[in-house]
Design a protein around this ligand. Structure first.
Ligand code: C2O
Ligand code: CU
Ligand code: CU
Length: 544
């Protein structure tokens, strides 16, 4: 039995020891959590009820081949049936929600290991956030209830069990969550039939077309990188588009790969959202030659395919860039960290060589290694349909949101990677621990500065905070020259990439009380403990 065992059981082995610790932590958690808090409040009758299941399945990722996967499926027992849209390949169905809707989601765990679902980017009550302590056993269920408060945008849902997220996402568990609102409707964006979502992933496969989630020491450090782009759960993605303006939503749902997105014919990208709401008319459409999209970031662009010839083909590509993981050796020679970074960086710089060289010969054939970070890839082809072009007016972007009312709270987090382990202010994940500097007030703005450590094994990290939308108010320093122009720090977002030596200041005003989390969204880093709780509002559990 290959495939599923390859995809899943390696992960089971490696998290066995952590299970013991987890059980202990869960026991401690029960002491301070009122038992009623962990079951969602019965908030009357929802507008939409969704039944979501995670279970093993078989998907057709390559034409004519069957691949064992884990996948989400959903039904709508109550409310708009178009709130759930079937997806292709193994990708979970797209949830299509409207601001203000009251949603109930009954989740059933059909896996043979614990899991829980997290609504990435969504402002939901803590009890509905999918914290690892809420993970349910095989055969178990969890009920989520929330009102959709987010602005229109492109969000995601994915598993969030402690130590198992990377393997489960890799095996197929992830889906898009779209929110629509009035501001969007007023913006005069392309109609639904000219809207396309691309969930961008990379996978390694073996000769039998089974997914390979192999965990070597290097995978834990770099994160799992694949050699095959998979778009919306299928390989060799191809779309036919009319000669008109389209709204394209790009979501990076890869475990660790950073994309430098661009069009093969060199046309720039016109970005209207970084995931959580449209840019304001003050910010305007952001035009970039390429856009850097880190794991679990999303962007939305408007693309006028009328600018291309009928019958023409253009590809969405990821352009080559220098693997930023090898930055450390260059930047800090002389310090102890620099020496270490240099040594490690050397190893990683050799990564490409290892793929294709001595080790690569065997490894490549069995699909054990992926392409190195920064290697060029063709992601999806777009064929321009014949027919006369349809003109369209530029979008009417919304008025700016009222500015955050900033309080006096300041937070600082050093984003580090020492030895084999990612850390946040030197700490690793503990199930229920929240330190004093991880508490934020509710309803007023906190300025939170993240700093990319240059010591140890320095590399970029996609940092994510649950339960809030934030603005990036300053980015200082050291993004590599071949990625800098593609960083979109406009508007509200929930995930940003930080490079070694960089300082990124974000501002946020939490609205939901209780236990949330922040972590590196490189899934192997997250599973390795580069994750911490944060607490919004009064009454946090004892510091740990
Ligand atoms: Cu996308 Cu903690 O999650
Ligand atoms: Cu999240
Ligand atoms: Cu990381």
């Amino acid at each position: 039995m290959k495939g599923r065992s390859g995809a899943v059981s390696g992960m089971l082995e490696s998290s066995r020891r952590r299970d013991v610790l987890r059980a202990a932590a869960a026991g401690a958690g029960a002491l301070w959590l009122p038992s009623s808090a962990r079951s969602a409040p019965a908030a009357g009758s929802p507008d939409i009820a969704i039944r979501l299941t995670a279970a093993p399945g078989v998907a057709s990722i390559w034409p004519g081949a069957k691949t064992r996967v884990l996948r989400y499926t959903a039904t709508v027992p109550k409310g708009r049936t178009d709130a759930v849209r079937a997806s292709t390949g193994y990708l979970g169905p797209t949830l299509d929600l409207r601001q203000g809707e009251r949603v109930r989601i009954e989740f059933a765990n059909g896996l043979d290991e614990p899991t829980i679902v997290h609504w990435h980017g969504m402002l939901v009550p803590a009890v509905a956030d999918g914290h690892p302590m809420d993970a349910v056993r095989p055969g178990g269920a969890y009920r989520y209830e929330f009102t959709v408060r987010n602005p229109g945008g492109t969000y995601l849902y994915h598993p969030h069990p402690d130590g198992r997220t990377g393997g489960q996402v890799y095996a197929g568990l992830a889906g898009l969550l779209i929110v629509r609102d009035a501001a969007e409707r007023a913006a005069g964006l392309p109609p639904l039939e000219r809207e396309l979502c691309l969930a961008i992933q990379d996978r390694r496969v073996d000769g039998d077309r089974e997914l390979q989630y192999k965990r070597s020491m290097m995978d834990d450090m770099t994160g799992v990188l694949g050699d095959t782009p998979v778009i919306n759960g299928t390989a060799d993605a191809r779309f036919t588009v009319s000669r008109a303006t389209w709204r394209l939503r790009f979501a990076n749902v890869s475990n660790a790969r950073i994309y430098r997105l661009a069009w093969s014919d060199g046309r720039p990208l016109h970005v209207i959202s970084a995931g959580s709401g449209l840019f304001s008319r003050v910010e305007g459409v952001q035009t970039r030659p390429y856009v850097v999209l880190a794991p679990f970031q999303r962007i939305e662009i408007l693309e006028d395919f009328a600018m291309r010839e009928p019958g023409a083909e253009v590809s969405l590509v990821s352009q080559a860039f220098e693997d930023p993981e090898s930055m450390s050796g260059r930047t800090d020679t002389g310090t102890m960290g620099g020496t270490m970074g240099g040594t490690m960086g050397g190893g990683i710089t050799g990564h490409g060589a290892m793929n294709h060289g001595a080790m690569g010969g065997a490894a490549q054939g069995s699909g054990m290694t992926g392409n190195a970070q920064g290697e060029a890839m063709t992601l999806a082809r777009f064929v321009i349909a014949r027919g006369s072009p349809v003109g369209s007016a530029p979008p009417l972007l919304p008025e700016p949101e009222p500015p955050l009312r900033m309080g006096s709270t300041r937070r600082h987090t050093l984003v580090g990677f020492e030895g084999m382990q990612g850390t946040l202010n030197g700490r690793r994940f503990e199930m229920t621990a929240v330190a004093a500097d991880e508490r934020l007030p509710l309803g007023e703005g906190t300025e939170w500065t993240f700093e990319g450590d240059t010591n140890g094994h320095a590399m970029p990290h996609p940092m994510h905070i649950h339960g809030v939308r934030f603005r990036i108010i300053e980015r200082s320093g050291r993004a590599p020259a071949d990625l800098r122009e593609g960083l979109v720090d406009t508007g509200y977002q929930d995930t940003f990439l930080i490079f070694p030596g960089e300082r990124v200041r974000v501002a946020m005003a939490p609205t939901e009380a209780g236990m949330f989390m922040y972590h590196c969204h490189n899934l192997e880093h997250e599973d390795g403990g580069m994750m911490r709780n944060c607490w919004f509002g009064p009454g946090a559990p004892a510091a740990g």
